[in-house]
Design a protein around this ligand. Sequence first.
Ligand code: GLU
Length: 311
Amino acid sequence: MRFIRATSANLMPHSSTYRGRFAPSPTGPLHFGSLIAAVGSYLDAKHHRGTWLVRMEDLDTPRCVPGATEDILRTLEAFGLHSDEPVIYQSRRTAAYEAALLKLQTNGAVYPCCCTRKEIADSALHGIEGPVYPGTCRDGIPAGREGRAWRVRTDNKTIEFGDALQGRITQHLETEIGDFVVKRADDLFAYQLAVVVDDAFQGITHIVRGADLLASTARQIHLQRLLNFPTPAYMHLPVAVNEAGEKLSKQTLAAPVDAAHPARTLMHVLDFLQQRPPAELANYDTKAVLDWAVANWDAAKMRGIRTLPAS
Ligand code: GLU
């Protein structure tokens, strides 16, 4: 009989079915805010001995920056964050999104919409993410006009879910968001549809990402139900903000992460994630820091926190 040492690894909660992911959009290099989501999703997956995947959300081609995909993948490697399966690219998955749209069309869950941005802005009430679509085309397109986008009916539905850190979330889709676009007027599929199709395709069971996406989750659950997909467990991490309280992003000119000193940067990420790594860990290499963080991961330390200063 082999002697099995009771290492901390043996004592970790075991789930061979956990499948998590990090899904960056290649609109620029990884910055501290996106690294938070990468590391948080990785640690939660690995602490549960799960599979962790990287998916490149390069669907919104006008927003993609040449070279950003390679840059992001190189940076993740420098941090020791390796995808357990080959990276998939949304730009190559149009057929899957077409199939999902066809299913929604067949079920009458979506309708073509001819409204321009200006028309919507002129007639809409303001919701949590800008104008709430007033339903102009819901019962048909006015004569002489042509459908430009596809919208999904929200049908007076209140969506409720429990987030591992942010508690119970409820959203009334019709009044807070409105019937939302799944295929855009420029013929591109919307993030909300693609993310749901891909999470189901990849068998994702746990979604760990920034709380800036908390408001999108109800829309995604609505689509999962319409498409008969399972709903994964959600954990929305605190979002890194700058001194002005703005989310770090390309728009707020967030600096690319320092991949030349990954161990030091990782320590900073772990501080942000409230993991309180021992200071002497800073003298070790990236792998040692990650190993410590996987073994000691305690997401509950971030319970209820939606934003935190980046430094
Ligand atoms: N691609 C999205 C972003 O970079 C994240 C998608 C997700 O995690 O659901 O904001």
